[in-house]
Design a protein around this ligand. Structure first.
Ligand code: GSH
Length: 219
């Protein structure tokens, strides 16, 4: 058994699972993946031994259990990456944490109306509420890129947890045909071109499990 294990859901639509999975992959941390099909009759029974919240993702590191995507990313950065999951300077780190927390706790309309689905490709007109959320995400991406992106193509130049938290959004925006500013579109494309994001999408598209419970209820 590996020291680091990550419990995830279906790659096709478990957006929160993608965040720490991408972090571990990008920083080349060896881990065992435990995948549990969500929204099936036996899902709670299968998640029970791993997840206190009965949700994914969950990180198991030796005898420590961490759940919730952002908490898992924080833990990985602190315990396995010597803090390098975040940008280096105090100012950049503060902004990276703020936008990651904003992504994690806000944007209910996006999560309900345009949930991540690797198989989806459909131009669905966003509601007014969703348009406001898309505009806010566009502003975050463009402003951060302009202010801090000089040393690379990710939000803070080099790859960080902030990119992990927005990766599911990039997949959803592409699938649903979000209209973005040129700067935000370029950033979205950077995320979509990431080889691990591409791998996640390919594996997600191959999955066969049907949804037996409405996804929007817990996204
Ligand atoms: N705030 C949590 C949300 C986790 C979450 O809702 N995960 C979904 C999959 S993406 C889940 O496990 N759903 C199972 C269920 O609700 O039964 C996080 O960031 O990890």
């Amino acid at each position: 058994m590996k020291d680091v294990r990550l419990v995830i859901g279906n790659k096709n639509y478990s957006s929160w699972s993608l965040c720490p999975w991408l972090l571990l992959k990008m920083f080349d941390i060896e881990f065992e993946e435990i995948q549990i099909a969500l929204y099936q009759d036996n899902t709670a029974e299968k998640l029970g031994p791993y997840s206190p919240s009965l949700k994914v993702p969950v990180l198991l590191h030796k005898d420590i259990t961490v759940w919730d995507s952002l908490a898992v990313c924080e833990y990985v950065s602190e315990q396995l990456l010597g803090g390098s999951g975040w940008p280096g300077s105090k100012k950049r780190k503060a902004s990276a944490r703020a936008i990651s927390a904003e992504m994690h706790s806000e944007f209910p309309q996006l999560k309900e109306e345009w949930p991540m689905n690797c198989k989806a490709s459909c131009r669905l007109s966003p509601s007014d509420k969703l348009m406001n959320e898309i505009a806010r995400i566009d502003a975050i991406w463009s402003t951060i890129r302009r202010r801090y992106g000089e040393n690379g193509n990710y939000l803070f130049g080099r790859f960080s947890i902030a990119d992990c938290m927005f990766a599911p959004v990039a997949i959803s925006f592409e699938a649903h045909g979000a209209e973005l500013s040129a700067e935000a579109h370029t950033y979205m494309q950077t995320v979509l071109d990431n080889p691990f994001v591409q791998k996640w999408k390919t594996l997600g598209r191959r999955e066969k499990e049907p949804l037996t419970v409405a996804y929007a209820s817990s996204a």
